[in-house]
Design a protein around this ligand. Structure first.
Ligand code: HEM
Length: 441
């Protein structure tokens, strides 16, 4: 409902997921009001493809990401235009498949370590556990043996303050409140700037040491050694620092939310959980999963695929840089357009029984007719998630390794509360581990 002055902000704040799902009933393009400001929302595969792929060069990322830039600097998520293209080209080799297969050993080892603290019947708060695990994997992959207590402490301090600030930055309502200057300027620096300064100083020291002391076999070394073919262009220390801050955020919250939803869905679908157990028992016989098991773990992958269909990023946006036609609509420079992977993935015209958790809908014979951009958990086009291959690898390794040894039962009567930022996540997920009686390695 549009309220004078507030527009649809109340609907967006009260039931963000339900509200964006309801917009498809208004057609493939519709206007909503954030405060007095009209914003376009595209709801169909064709128009989302136009924004992300065919007309992508006519857009940058928009108000939500302007706000995020005050926290993350100008890394891959927030940068635009030729600077983004250059950073992406320099960072890309660190995410090639041959590198990811090296990172996979860390994923396996860290998952096994994290399970050492579990005992049968002793409740685990799964969201906190998975936040820690995914951050540990990322930091090991980034810094290898240079990881130390000081670095961990400054990253954790910055992340915990930043989490609240980023959540606000990624709220479409907050972005427009700021843009419309409905919030009084306080003159105070954004939250977390002190912690960011400490962290950046620690990272700068580490980067300098690395530049002086030669290469290591980790992601940081890849970023430092990346250059143009003629060796002319490298990232500066400040640019590397912004890319690291970006990865601390982009590579952890999305991963841990997807893993947490996996166990929530498995606990509600015992037949699917049994099917998963049958697969991991056959392939792993109780041992931890490694990268060479991935081709055999096809059901585990379908489970992850279905979790990312039902619980992807909620809302993303772009801002027109020049006049651009999207379907029948013409956007002027500065106009914003929103789209919701969450709503698209639950569109009954694309997915039969869209609310049903059904990993086998991803069998080739059942998913072959799905239009190419109907499934966009990692976005698409020139801003496609650089960590997609990493994410699939880590999801399958973590899910299979945990499921090979443990079954997780929800605490009786507990219903998770969904927190919606860009990513939709269960706020807390207390679960009780039951040991699965298989041989261990
Ligand atoms: C399940 C896990 C993940 C999900 C669902 C996810 C989702 C996404 C999405 C939807 C985008 C595009 C945003 C847009 O178009 O505005 C994106 C971009 C990005 N992601 Fe991921 N991501 C995941 C894991 C990761 C990991 C593990 C890393 C790095 C270690 C990562 C790093 C990035 C970066 C740097 C970008 C910006 C890319 C660019 O614009 O060039 N992500 N991610």
């Amino acid at each position: 409902m549009r309220i004078p002055l507030l527009g649809h902000s109340v609907d967006l704040a009260r039931d963000p997921l339900g509200f964006t799902r309801s917009l498809r009933d208004r057609g493939e393009v519709t206007t909503i009001f954030i405060g007095p400001r009209p914003v376009l929302v595209v709801t169909s595969v064709d128009l989302i493809r136009a924004v992300l792929v065919t007309e992508a060069r006519k857009f940058d990322k928009g108000a939500m990401f302007d706000e995020l830039r005050t926290h993350l600097g100008n890394g891959l998520v927030t940068s635009a235009g030729s600077f983004h293209r250059r950073q992406r080209r320099l960072a890309q080799p660190a995410f090639h498949w041959d590198r990811i297969s090296g990172y996979a050993d860390v994923m396996t080892a860290r998952t096994v370590d994290s399970l050492a603290s579990w005992s049968p019947g002793k409740p685990v708060e799964l969201t906190a556990h998975l936040n820690r695990l995914t951050l540990d994997v990322l930091l090991d992959v980034l810094f290898g043996s240079d990881r130390n207590a000081m670095l961990d402490k400054s990253i954790t301090a910055w992340l915990s303050i930043r989490q609240k600030a980023t959540k606000r930055a990624l709220s479409p309502v907050a972005a427009w409140v700021d843009r419309l200057r409905l919030r009084r300027e306080s003159g105070r620096p954004a939250a977390g700037q002190d912690e960011k300064a400490v962290l950046c100083a620690t990272l700068a020291e580490l980067i300098e040491r690395r530049r002086a002391g030669g290469d290591d076999d980790d992601l940081l070394s890849m970023l430092l050694s990346a250059n143009n073919d003629d060796g002319s262009e490298r990232m500066s220390n400040a640019e590397v620092c912004d890319e690291l801050l970006t990865m601390f955020v982009a590579g952890t919250g999305t991963m841990s939310a997807t893993l947490a939803w996996t166990w929530h869905e498995l606990s509600r679908h015992p037949e699917i959980e049994k099917h998963l157990h049958r697969e991991v028992d056959t392939v792993l016989m109780g041992r931890a999963a490694t990268i060479s098991d991935l081709p055999e773990l096809s059901y585990t992958r379908r489970v992850a695929q279905e979790v990312l269909r039902l619980h992807p990023v909620w809302l993303l946006m772009r801002r027109a840089l020049e006049p651009v036609a999207i379907g029948e609509i013409r956007l002027d420079p500065g106009d914003d357009v929103y789209f919701s992977p969450h709503a698209l993935h639950r569109d009954p015209a694309l997915y039969p029984a869209p609310e049903r958790f059904d990993p086998d809908r991803w069998l080739p014979e059942r998913s072959g007719d799905l239009p190419r951009f109907a499934y966009i958990p990692f976005g698409a086009g020139n801003r496609l998630c650089i960590g997609e291959g990493w994410a699939w690898t880590e999801l399958v390794i973590v899910i299979a390794t945990i499921a090979a040894r443990w079954r997780l039962v929800p605490e009786p009567g507990f219903r998770p509360k969904t927190r919606v930022g860009t990513v939709e996540r269960p706020h807390r997920l207390p679960m009780i581990p039951e040991a699965r009686g298989l041989p261990r390695d």
